[in-house]
Design a protein around this ligand. Structure first.
Ligand code: NAD
Length: 270
């Protein structure tokens, strides 16, 4: 069901790779709610070609940008502002990558070149996007910026590896930039801490199936799906949540505040 929550709003969606991507679902949902969007991903991701299907469905231009490049991000905002004839009202940062995870290098043995690259892509990119937007005055007053994160920023999940540190840094950037952008232009910035979800990035984490079923058993409402996440993101882009900023918002069926569940106790007693 659509409520026209984003009617007249314009936004940029980073990170839709394929139909499983959380960003893919957010893009579809935002358009259903009346938004106009620009889609962006790295040149490598664009070569995979799937994003063109989403672009056609959403009637959205695709602009390539590697989030580690200032030049690419500047070009993205320039072209987006030309396309819309002005600034944007919302941005979704749905980007994560760790070479240490991909190569199966354990946390204690991390290769620091890989760590730097992962941090740049997964966390510093949010600062880069916000700094560029601020310089170019690319986000309208009361605009809403969201970045996706995971609870490994607060608690230890061994196989999440250096992505845990990347997420902690990402959440801190959202909080700190949220202060400055709020004061300067009433732009709000939050992170959404999502349940484990079957996507390309998710599946890269060792033992992911165990992760997902443990979280499912621990959460009173069960795991939140990518579609549920899209609904939540749309509400956070809407004017209905305009006083929410600098928060890390758990979207996880209650996982984050559950000590143990009956289902897990029973499993342990077997
Ligand atoms: N899947 C999960 O279990 C889960 C849980 C909580 C949070 N998240 C977060 O959700 C976000 C989206 O991940 P997803 O699970 O939808 O997986 P995904 O693999 O579909 O999305 C990750 C995206 O990051 C993009 N990306 C990687 N390097 C890039 C670069 N240099 N420049 C631009 N884009 C780049 C990829 O192309 C891809 O589109 C990530 O931040 C992830 O950490 C995922």
């Amino acid at each position: 069901m659509a409520y026209n929550l984003l009617k007249g709003k314009k936004g940029i969606i980073f990170g839709a790779l394929n139909e499983q991507s959380i960003a893919w679902k957010v893009a579809q949902r935002a358009v259903q709610e009346g938004a106009e969007i620009v889609l962006t991903n790295s040149p490598l991701a664009l070569r995979m070609g799937e994003l063109n299907n989403l672009a056609a469905e959403c009637n959205a231009p695709v602009i390539a940008a590697d989030v580690t490049s200032n030049e690419d991000i500047t070009n993205l905002f320039t072209k987006t502002m030309e396309h819309f004839g002005g600034g944007v009202d919302f941005i979704l940062h749905s980007i994560g990558m760790s070479i240490n995870v991909r190569k199966g290098i354990s946390y204690t043995e991390n290769n620091y070149d890989f760590t730097h690259k992962g941090l740049d892509i997964s966390a510093l990119s949010l600062h880069r996007v916000l700094q560029t937007a601020m310089k170019m005055d690319a986000i309208n007053e009361w605009g809403s910026v969201l970045a996706l994160t995971y609870i490994a920023a607060q608690r230890v999940f061994p196989n999440y590896n250096d992505m845990a540190d990347n997420k902690a840094y990402l959440e801190s950037i959202a909080r700190n930039f949220g202060y400055y952008y709020g004061v300067q232009k009433k732009v709000r910035i939050n992170t959404v801490s999502q349940s484990p979800t079957r996507t390309t990035a998710g599946a890269g984490v060792k033992g992911f199936d165990g992760f997902i079923s443990y979280a499912e058993k621990m959460s009173p409402l069960g795991n939140a799906t990518a579609d549920d996440c899209a609904d939540y993101c749309v509400s956070l882009f809407s004017d209905l949540t305009k006083m929410v900023t600098m928060q890390n918002l758990f979207h996880d069926g209650g996982f984050s505040f559950s000590g143990v569940s009956q289902a897990v106790i029973e499993q342990m007693e077997k």
